[in-house]
Design a protein around this ligand. Structure first.
Ligand code: PMV
Length: 316
């Protein structure tokens, strides 16, 4: 989704949006080729591109104002340089300013959303239009500056939006779900590094390959069940599958005491299921609710123990 230039952003500026995401089921296994289901959020990143005297990437809320430098130690600076390099020859230097409405390191796909928003803002100012597939491909290269070996799910969801099934091999398949899913998203207060969490699973995989493969196969079975369940609109069953997914992720030491506590509060308050989302080791949990009224009660219950809580409806 992109918005044309508007008075809010000034005459010569162009705005692109990159959606944040939640992984409903299947994180980590997706790195090893297993399937996962994820949904784009209405919350994300807005990037504004404008003509400038030199290439710059700004994120004011993070006090960042970076050049496009392929040799920089700052991955954002290298990633931005790559995006511009792809678009050469450029008619003039470009400044991109990102308004990031996602917490970083929280499992909500913040770096991918910055990438997709930046690419869309460049499209807007250069009067070009990338297809979702082109955006997916370019934003995967962007993600590699941050996570080393990303599965590609975060940037794919950010580029496509909606609810998607994703595997590394076959990419994105849009899923249909008869009604919107009411989610509550609660931040545990700790941030975590996706790279570190993925590496921790890699270490376990080297030491106990059979155990890790069994866990991922079990998660893949949950994903397969969830596909049928979502198509039929059986939310209760979907919630149970999410809770089972949480238990399996915990066996890979991806959960924390706080995440377990928040999941339990959500379930006790009536949520149909709850789990961590994204890399784990901190970050956010998601709780699936019957409807927005229930989501409100669950959000209220989580409020005191979470750093922040918000409700989100996701749909196909
Ligand atoms: O925490 P996030 O938003 O970066 O999500 C990571 C998802 C993983 O499956 C753990 C890693 C990946 O590349 O898919």
């Amino acid at each position: 989704m992109t918005w044309p230039s508007s008075s809010r952003y000034g005459i010569a500026s162009r705005v692109g949006f990159g959606a944040g995401k939640v992984i409903l089921l299947g994180e980590h296994g997706v790195v090893y080729g297993y399937p996962a289901i994820a949904a784009g959020l209405a919350l994300g990143v807005e990037a504004t591109a404008k003509r400038s005297s030199e290439h710059r990437l700004r994120i004011d809320s993070w006090s960042l104002n970076l050049p496009a430098d392929p040799d920089s130690e700052e991955p954002l600076s290298r990633a931005f340089a790559m995006c511009l390099d792809d678009r050469e020859p450029l008619p003039h230097p470009i400044e991109v300013a990102c308004e990031v409405n996602l917490p970083p390191g929280a499992g909500l796909g913040c770096s991918a959303a910055i990438g997709v928003a930046t690419l869309r803002a460049l499209d807007e100012i250069l009067n070009t239009q990338s297809s979702p597939e082109q955006l997916q491909e370019r934003s995967l290269r962007w993600e590699k500056f941050f996570h080393g070996t990303p599965s590609g799910i975060d940037n794919a969801v950010s580029a496509f939006g909606g609810i998607v099934r994703y595997t590394r091999g076959s990419g994105v398949r849009r899923m249909s779900c008869p009604s919107a899913l009411s989610l509550v998203i609660a931040h545990s207060g700790a941030s975590s590094s996706t790279k570190d969490m993925v590496e921790s699973v890699q270490r376990q995989q080297r030491h106990e390959p059979q155990k890790v493969a069994k866990v991922f196969q079990a998660i893949a079975t949950l994903v397969q069940n969830a596909e049928h369940t979502m198509a039929s609109g059986n939310l209760r069953h979907l919630g149970q599958l999410m809770t089972l997914n949480q238990s399996l992720l915990a066996t890979l030491m991806l959960s924390t005491g706080k995440i377990e506590e928040l999941c339990e509060i959500a379930r006790d308050a009536g949520a149909l299921g709850a789990k961590l989302t994204g890399a784990g080791g901190g970050g956010c949990i998601i709780a699936l609710c019957e409807d927005s009224d229930q989501a409100f009660s669950v959000a209220e219950a989580l409020h005191e123990k979470s750093e922040s809580v918000f409700m989100s409806e996701v749909s196909s």
